[in-house]
Design a protein around this ligand. Structure first.
Ligand code: FES
Ligand code: MG
Length: 587
């Protein structure tokens, strides 16, 4: 027990409840406290149910439109069970849902909005600690960014992956296999009838995507940061273990409040290094680079693209999970889940920091010390999926602020390649023109998409896996070098250079490329180069005019005015630092 008075007591009067009296009709704490207590009676709560107890906000991004969170309304009940058991008082707060599938142009546009909502909810209500529920892609980064800025004790209840997909005797991954089947369909090798059956088999239970997409990557990163209980992130959403984990998290958050363990205590530089190493050992989503940099910014921890590149050179890929491997999250869970992977990773010298604090109340090393690997989805460092982590950071005159490639999901033959650019100024133009043979796209071409960054997209949509022309697919060409200022779904694959910074909309060099210009990608040298003379590029720059703003009002204009570029995490400049405003006076 920290002995610190509960923050919520400022709303309800003395934390000992002494002035309250048996019927909750006391006047301690003055008019406002009396009014707050009277409204708690209106809500149907007895004084002894909440007075003097840690108030735990359960932030719940459940929605009818979000299949990845469809079980969270029920799961919140299990969190409450744990909170009550530990002597706390749970209150559920619905928060904005970021559905990767349905929200356009991309939930990335709204990650910072959910982060702000989280911070402001926790600031403005009588809350002592928070349980952050969710999984669908941007949800966990948003909640952790907001909770870190609010500075109250918090932990994550990962929403858990869906079960394996299934179709005609084959095991399917959401996302990854969808892209593959869609290409087969476009090439005329499967028909409408089979596609209709496929639509029911790809995603067949509650839970987030069960490949190593952004959701699985970021829930694992939350666990590796020490912000979720050990072993929590890979539990399938519908497994009874998920109910038990939710209850255990409810129990634990009450203790975190009593210990006054805030996110800043756990989210240290060492924790971010471990989270980054974990992401790389998972062969995780490139989106994690943006999110972890943004999360680190909230607690003042320096973290850069170069940190990921350096780690990537020494951390092997140990998760044999699609898209870089064979299996799915359900298999990963049966193989021992994240603790088993961390134990394997811990045998790589210096890969992890076992002594740092976590929300479990014990050092990070205890997350994995006894974990056994019990299935083929987790490899040993002696027999990895790949010797190097899956992400490389590129620089060159096309990407002064850096660019990212998931080279493990790329074609080895294209990792050192020079070819002529074929430029598209928007995704609409790309979609309309990609199959037109008049563009002369060949297996040597470098497809360029611009106008898809944080400002231009807007929100940096996951357009980075540019489609391959149907006539090339029919001819058996399955990959091309593709470059953009967009992001790519963690479930995607191909030789796709992403996150080019600064983006074209902001006047980055990508804006100056013309079709026919040779572009060199050399992953070994970490190079992305536009082979055009500097004097010519200068001429083009002088002739370049900035595109008109995408937004003229509301959240969009706030976003456009303040969002940072991909190498800085795409947070808002006015939020990307530690410190919080004083809590409001509830009186
Ligand atoms: Fe929600 Fe993939 S759609 S995690
Ligand atoms: Mg995704």
């Amino acid at each position: 027990m920290s002995g610190k008075p509960l923050r919520s007591a400022a709303w309800f009067g003395d934390s000992d409840g002494g002035a309250e009296g048996g019927g909750g009709s006391g006047t301690g704490g003055g008019l406002r406290a009396f009014s707050h207590r009277s409204r708690m009676r209106q809500l149907g709560y007895l004084p002894e149910e909440h007075l003097g107890k840690p108030v735990i906000a359960i932030l719940n991004p459940w929605s009818d439109i979000n299949p990845c969170h469809m079980h969270l309304r029920e799961r919140a009940e299990q969190v409450k069970r744990g909170v009550w058991q530990a002597g706390g008082f749970p209150l559920e707060f619905p928060v904005s849902t970021l559905s990767e599938t349905f929200q356009k142009p991309t939930p990335m546009l709204y990650r910072n909005l959910l982060a702000m909502e989280t911070e402001e909810l926790l600031r403005s209500y009588p809350v002592d600690g928070a349980v952050l529920m969710g999984g669908c892609d941007k949800t966990v980064p948003a909640l952790l960014m907001g909770a870190a800025s609010a500075g109250l004790p918090a932990l994550v209840v990962p929403s858990g992956p869906m079960l394996r997909g299934h179709h005609r005797g084959r095991t399917l991954g959401s996302g990854t296999d969808l892209w593959a089947y869609w290409d087969e369909y476009r090439a005329g090798r499967i028909d409408e009838c089979e596609m209709s059956q496929l639509s029911c088999g790809l995603a067949r239970s509650p839970g987030h995507c069960m490949t190593m997409g952004t959701a699985s990557t970021m829930t694992a990163a939350a666990e590796a940061l020490g912000m979720a209980l050990p072993g929590s992130s890979a539990i399938p959403a519908v497994d009874s273990a998920h109910h038990r984990m939710a209850a255990a998290s409810g129990l634990r958050i009450v203790e975190l409040v009593r210990e006054d363990t805030t996110p800043a205590v756990v989210m240290t530089r060492e924790a971010f290094e471990d989270a980054a190493a974990t992401v790389l050992a998972l062969g995780g989503s490139t989106n994690a680079l943006i999110h972890l940099i943004a999360m680190a910014g909230r607690v003042g921890v320096p973290l850069s693209l170069e940190d990921f590149d350096a780690l990537g050179r020494r951390v092997p890929v140990l998760a044999d999970v699609r898209p870089v491997g064979e299996y799915l999250l359900e298999d990963f869970y049966y193989a021992g889940g994240l603790p088993a992977l961390l134990r394997q990773l811990s045998t790589v010298p210096g890969a992890l920091h076992p002594d740092r604090p976590t929300v479990a109340g014990r050092p990070f090393g205890t997350y994995y010390a006894d974990a056994e690997t019990t299935g083929p989805a987790i490899r040993t460092p002696g027999k990895p999926v790949a010797e190097e982590g899956g992400v490389a950071v590129l620089h060159g005159n096309l990407a002064p602020g850096g660019a990212v490639i998931k080279h493990l999901a790329s074609s080895p033959a294209l990792l050192c390649h020079t070819g002529p650019a074929v430029v598209f100024d928007s995704y609409a133009e790309l979609r309309a023109g990609i199959d037109d043979p008049a563009l002369g796209i060949t297996a040597d071409s470098v497809l360029v998409l611009r106008g898809a960054g944080p400002l231009g997209g807007p929100g940096m949509p996951e357009y980075g896996m540019l489609p391959i022309p149907a006539y090339l697919l029919e001819a058996g060409v399955t990959d091309l070098v593709r470059i953009s200022d967009a992001r790519m779904s963690g479930t995607s694959y191909g030789t796709c250079v992403l996150h080019i910074a600064p983006e074209s909309h902001a006047g980055g060099p990508l804006a100056l490329v013309r079709s026919g210009d040779p572009i060199t990608l050399d992953v070994g040298r970490r190079l992305l180069q536009l082979e055009v003379e500097p004097a010519e590029l200068e001429r083009r720059r002088r002739a370049w005019t900035p595109p008109p703003p995408v937004f003229r009002r509301g959240y969009g204009s706030l976003y456009a005015e303040h969002v940072t570029q991909a190498d800085e995490g795409c947070d808002f400049d006015f939020l990307a630092h530690p410190g919080r405003d004083p809590f409001p006076d509830p009186h």
